[in-house]
Every structure is written in C-alpha cells, then in structure tokens.
Design a protein around this ligand. Structure first.
Ligand SMILES: [Ca+2]
Length: 406
C-alpha cells in the first residue's frame, strides 16, 4: 500500500552522478515524501562535463518514468556548480575506475543507453528567472537557472521559512562550502545538511584513511563540519537557532554525516539484480536505464574488490533523510530514525593538509579527552550504524517495484 503522506520534506540534492548518485536521484524523485526543489551538480565521480550529461539523462528518465506511472511531473531546478575542489592546490580527483569514464559505466560509448540528443541545449538557460508559477508549469524534465549551484542553494534558503529545507550532499562538498563562504547567515537557515562522507572507525575507500567525498575536497568537508560549532540538538538549541536567524546572525548548522561505517551495508546484491531488475529491462524507463549501467557495476565490483554487491551509499543517505524528516532538531518526534540508526555527536574534523592523511575523518579517540583541539568543538551527528536490510528492501520496492514485504 502506498504510504499516506501528510508532510513533505523540501530537499536540495547536491550530487556528482555517478552510479549510486543516479540511483539516489531516481529514488528521490519517485518518493512522495520528498519535494526535490533543486539538484545541484559538483565535480566528483567524473568530470563536471560528464556529470552534466548524466544529470540531464537521469532527469529525462525520471520524467518518462513518472509519465509511465501516471504521476504528475516533478520538475526540479538543475544548477551547475564547482568543476574543481575549493581546497587550495588540490587537483580534481575522480572515481572513474569504478564509475567508468563517463560516470555511468561507459553506457554511451558502448551504445547501451544514449543521452537526449539535445542534452547540451537542455542545459542552456533562457535568461529568465524561475518563478513559483513557472516552476510547476514547466513541461521539460527540469528547470534551468541563471545561478550557479552555491547561489541556487542560498536562493532557496533565503526564500523559504527558516529551518525548513534539507540539503542532501552526496558528492564532494565544494558547492556546499562555497555557499557557506558566500553567505553564512543565509546558510544557517538550512534545517539540516545530510552528508554522505567520511570513514570514522573504518578504513577509507580511496586512500587508507579517506573516503572519496571527503578526500576529493577535504577543505570543503572541514568547513562544513565547522558550521556545527554551538549546535545543540535540544528544544533550547532549536529556539536559539531560530532567534539567531531572526536577528540576522549566523546560526549553527545541524550536520548529519552518513559515513562508510553506516553506509557500507546498504547494498544491492547481484542476486537481487538478477531477480528484481534484469527481468524489468525494456519494460519501464527506469529499469531500462538502470540495466544499462548496473551490469558494469557488478562486473567492476567483482574485478576490483571480489564482491558481488553494490553499496548504494547515496540512496541510503536519502533514506536517512526521509527517516529524519519529522525531526526539527528539537528532540521532538525522532523516534522513527532512532529505531533504524545508531549515532553519536562527535567533534569531527577533516584533515585537509596531511601528506598521507588528506581527507581523513579525525576525532579524539582518547578515552578521557580534555580538549581535543583549541576553540569551540564541532558537534556533528554521525551515523555509525544503519539498517542495510531495510534499505535494500525499501530501495528495490521504491525504484523497481519489487514487492518485497517489509
Ligand atoms: Ca556521489
């Protein structure tokens, strides 16, 4: 039975599609719990040019799927952001060894799937402001914008009631940090920043110590962790944030990190793929598209890591966002996510200059720390464990209509 939705979470998804990003975007846009106001693009899994082509392709697939399902169009704004990290001297790193040169398992050059022939012109902005009226009136798969990603994020935060928009950041944090640097007061109006990133008590996945998103722009990640100074997850903390916003001051951010520790068990197995996804090929737009790149992911996972599962980090983070949607940061009504996620509040930092440890998630592991680092500590809500089996069922049901009884 479809869920009865009484409240929607307004989200902006900052992303670098990317295989698990593609699955996260599709899941988000097929989820009635979410109002995806904007999708903002960052460098990451592949170069920004590849990311742009993938985003246009994904959004067109979703538009076709919604039409196929008889759902009304959902037309997010698509904004283009950083082509490189903000970390000084940091070269652009990609994860094309896993995601393919195009970021989607090399589907285009192998003629497995084609981007819309006019994908580049779809991205061109007609030099007119997006209005509330035109937003829902559009017929295309997405709206363009004259703003870059950071300004688009700030635009929505400024024009929505305070503490109502959640930012889901599932790529390197360049755009998010840039938004903070441009206007920290407006940035503080975000309800929550959900971040897929970091490796807390487990090894990294791009270096011995760094997870990809933190490693690809460590300074940006450290800046975002630093926005939590003074954050308190309490009724008083919530009121204090609102008061600061109303006074035009910088309010501390509620940053929730979903690191590899929690995200690694959110998987789809090759067996799931063969049972639930392969038979749907060429029957629905989403399944046709996903089948074009999923075989690559299982082949590459087997070759590189000797495993037959795909960790869908970014979609798992979107599920975390939905679990937390009723939480206002005031400790009222968050029993739902307490049931599925184990977390701690940590003074989390990200190493941005280390010779061997760039991108490492740092926190004080001493049993009785007095002061970890000088100054006010960060206060990041870090998910240390999720519920991968529940994610697996939710994801397969939501995206591929698998009919698994949860
Ligand atoms: Ca990503």
């Amino acid at each position: 039975m479809a869920p009865i939705i009484t409240k929607k979470e307004t989200v902006i998804i900052d992303t670098d599609p990317g295989i698990d990003d593609a699955l996260a975007i599709i899941m988000s846009l097929l989820s009635p719990e979410l109002d995806v106001r904007a999708i903002t693009l960052t460098h990451g899994n592949a170069s920004l040019d590849m990311i742009k082509r993938n985003a246009v392709t994904i959004l067109n697939v979703v538009a076709e799927q919604r039409a196929f399902l008889g759902l009304p169009a959902q037309v997010p704004i698509l904004a283009i952001g950083c082509a490189s990290p903000i970390t000084v001297g940091q070269p652009c790193v990609t994860a094309t060894h896993f995601h393919g040169r195009d970021g989607l398992g090399e589907i285009y050059e192998n003629n497995l799937y084609q981007a819309p022939p006019d994908w580049e012109s779809q991205l061109l902005h007609a030099a007119k402001e997006v209005t509330k009226e035109s937003f829902h009136a559009a017929q295309s798969a997405f709206q363009t914008t004259p703003r870059d990603a950071a300004d688009e994020i700030l635009f929505h935060l400024k024009n929505a009631p305070p503490l109502t928009i959640t930012i889901c950041a599932v790529g390197p944090l360049s755009n998010i940090a840039l938004a903070y640097q441009r206007d920290p007061v407006t940035f503080g109006r975000a309800k929550r920043i959900m971040v897929m990133g970091g490796a807390i008590n487990v090894p990294g996945n791009v270096t011995p110590s760094a997870e990809f998103n933190f490693g690809a722009d460590p300074q940006a990640a450290d800046i975002i962790m630093g926005t939590t100074k003074g954050f308190q997850h309490s009724p008083e903390g919530y009121s204090s944030r609102l008061a600061l916003i109303n006074d035009g001051k910088v309010a501390p951010s509620h940053v929730v990190v979903v690191p590899l520790d929690a995200a690694d068990d959110g998987t789809v197995s090759k067996q799931d793929y063969e049972k639930y996804i392969v038979p749907l090929a060429k029957t629905t737009p989403v399944a046709t598209f996903c089948n074009s790149f999923l075989i690559w992911t299982f082949d590459i996972s087997s070759k590189l890591y000797g495993i037959d599962t795909l960790s869908v980090f970014d979609a798992y983070t979107i599920l975390g966002t939905m679990d937390m949607m009723f939480d206002k940061g005031d400790k009222q009504g968050h029993e739902h996510y307490d049931a599925f996620w184990k977390y701690e509040y940590i003074d989390l930092r990200v190493e941005s200059t280390g010779l061997y440890t760039q991108g490492m998630s740092c926190y004080d592991r001493r049993p009785h720390p007095s002061m970890s680092w000088p100054g006010i500590p960060n206060n990041v809500q870090v998910m240390l464990r999720g519920n991968g089996r529940r994610f697996n069922h939710f994801f397969l049901n939501r995206v591929f209509d698998a009919g698994i009884i949860i």
